[in-house]
Write a protein that binds this ligand. Structure first.
Ligand code: HEM
Ligand code: HEM
Length: 135
């Protein structure tokens, strides 16, 4: 298994742990409900998406009987997905307690980094799977 693929899977489990802690805080306190976006995206972009990226990068090329299109794109995607997620959620949380337009801009910028990482996965997987292998 490639190092970045293993890292995707490890980080997805880390995000599940963090999301669960935030979720429990939300159960126990109305104030913590302000963190619903943080909880849902630690889960959806952290736990769920990163587990799918990791398993997808490992399994889909094997299903196709091919090499992954680009390991380099996968590595760049790993860093963009993680930095984008952590910075987006950190800036969002700081902005709740200390609102500023700079923090809003940083949240959006990090969200765009996250979005680019989604497109890198999309591109890398399509290039791996197309054209279909003739049987
Ligand atoms: C220990 C585990 C978890 C706890 C304690 C927990 C707790 C919560 C709480 C209290 C809410 C707010 C509900 C409300 O708006 O009234 C919530 C929302 C949410 N949770 Fe969790 N959760 C957990 C695990 C998960 C997991 C594993 C996922 C996804 C894979 C997930 C996805 C979501 C999503 C998407 C929302 C937003 C739903 C909405 O806006 O209606 N949660 N969770
Ligand atoms: C670049 C990536 C993403 C960005 C920037 C983003 C941004 C947002 C924003 C701004 C909201 C509204 C939050 C609010 O009402 O306060 C939201 C809600 C939601 N998003 Fe995303 N999202 C992204 C990716 C995803 C993905 C990949 C999933 C699922 C796999 C997802 C699932 C949800 C759900 C379930 C909600 C409603 C729960 C909530 O209010 O937190 N999002 N998202």
């Amino acid at each position: 298994m490639e190092t970045f693929v293993r890292r995707f899977i490890i980080m997805s489990i880390v995000y599940l742990g963090l999301a669960a802690v935030v979720g429990i805080a939300m159960l126990g306190s109305e104030k913590a409900m302000a963190l619903k976006f943080v909880h849902s995206h630690l889960n959806m972009l952290g736990w769920v998406s990163m587990m799918i990226y990791g398993v997808g990068y490992h399994i889909l090329p094997k299903f196709m009987g091919r090499q992954m299109h680009s390991k380099k794109i996968g590595e760049v995607q790993f860093w963009m997905a993680n930095v984008g997620l952590v910075v987006m959620l950190a800036a969002y949380t700081l902005n709740l307690y200390n609102p500023s337009s700079a923090l809003v801009a940083l949240t959006v910028l990090a969200g765009v980094v996250e979005l680019v990482s989604v497109f890198l996965f999309f591109y890398n997987m399509l290039k791996t799977m197309m054209p279909p292998v003739s049987s």
